[in-house]
Ligand binder design. Sequence first.
Ligand SMILES: Cc1cc2nc3c(=O)[nH]c(=O)nc-3n(C[C@H](O)[C@H](O)[C@H](O)COP(=O)(O)OP(=O)(O)OC[C@H]3O[C@@H](n4cnc5c(N)ncnc54)[C@H](O)[C@@H]3O)c2cc1C
Length: 413
Amino acid sequence: MPEMKNIAIVGAGITGITTAYSLLERGFEVTVFDKNRYAAMETSFANGGQLSASNAEVWNRWATVIKGIKWMFEPGAPLLVNPKPSWHKYSWMAEFMAHIPGYRKNTVETVRMAITARQHLMRHAEKENFGFECEERGILHVYDKKSEFEHAGRVNRLLSEGGLERREVTPQEIREIEPALKRDFYAGYYTLSDFTGDIHAYTRGLSKACERRGAKFHYGTTVKYLKKKDNGILLNWRDDDNDFFEGQFDGVVICAGVRSRELAAQVGDRINIYPVKGYSITVNLDDEASQQAAPWVSLLDDEAKIVTSRLGKTKFRLAGTAEFNGYNLDIRNDRIQPLIKWCEKLFPEVSTEYSVPWAGLRPMMPNMLPRVGGGKHRGVFYNTGHGHLGWTLSAATAELLAEEVDRARGSNV
Ligand SMILES: Cc1cc2nc3c(=O)[nH]c(=O)nc-3n(C[C@H](O)[C@H](O)[C@H](O)COP(=O)(O)OP(=O)(O)OC[C@H]3O[C@@H](n4cnc5c(N)ncnc54)[C@H](O)[C@@H]3O)c2cc1C
């Protein structure tokens, strides 16, 4: 078997670009394909911005299922399920419930990965000298209800088992940590070591570094199919002019977000990713009063399921909601309004006049853990399915994946 050194990556979102970088650092030749003209144009475009080990709790709990059913009948609730029958959706949900026994283990594993990711993410940005509106001011979870806060206390035990320090804070401490918050909450938790940044700026910055390090990029190029070969993988792709091309690689890493499932099926692997839609608004802080009134510390309102990040002086990002509605990317006003209203309620002096709405599809696995590693066929690898935590976890999973590819380099497995 020839040595594996020429690797194709499908997808130039955060997972594809961090994978490219980790492989380049180990001396592989890397070629990246993406159907868009630039990196980070799909789910890695305008997410919540949080690098949040403190949000590592997986959702596989009966309480989530019960809450989800209740929310289905409440307009504007954080969860929306299109009831139209779909085998993909309902089989995914059944699998989600089958993973409830893994709740504790998977939460601890996620928090460990999130902590590991921080050092790699920062190292890459420092080494390659690019900025991404990083704010190292921690993440503040706020709770209105005693019951939610008590649950957070139980989650805290799992987070600390995974190595995370998150401290309980009183309403007064909440106001001291983030003076822009004027109203009282029941209580909160503060994680000083968590931080935020612009995922799009980061992914683009790192993609430029990959180019400088010799990676080839095929943008505006859709990978149509993958074919297993005895000595590698054949890729067939179509460019923007509708011309078809073929090329053979020693290996391929599928980082195609919500489209990973269909590519995996072509090479005999089952990667059951469901597209869980979410929305964000980016509030342009154009005037001095709005800039003063918007928070700098990242917030997570556990009941509303809304996260916030300050992206420099002039941008305030709010994100949330989960929608089970297939691959549909329409921006629905009734899902955007709760984000605007939440901002206006908590920060009345922030002008929401210029708010840019966005929708993205979280590539979610039923057990909420990313799929990292080799497939059935030699040379096929996955780094995908990071769900609601792709920004938080990618720098760690890229390293894990690159180590695995490195181990397979000269072997016959
Ligand atoms: C509203 C919202 C808020 C979020 N907030 C946070 C947060 O605060 N913190 C956090 O950690 N995570 C957050 N996430 C999750 C995070 O954004 C995602 O997990 C992450 O962006 C997924 O990255 P990816 O590389 O897997 O997918 P993508 O960024 O979607 O990249 C996949 C790429 O593959 C390409 N592609 C697919 N198929 C093909 C093909 N056949 N040929 C060529 N190219 C192809 C696509 O064009 C795309 O560019 C949030 C997500 C949403 C929706």
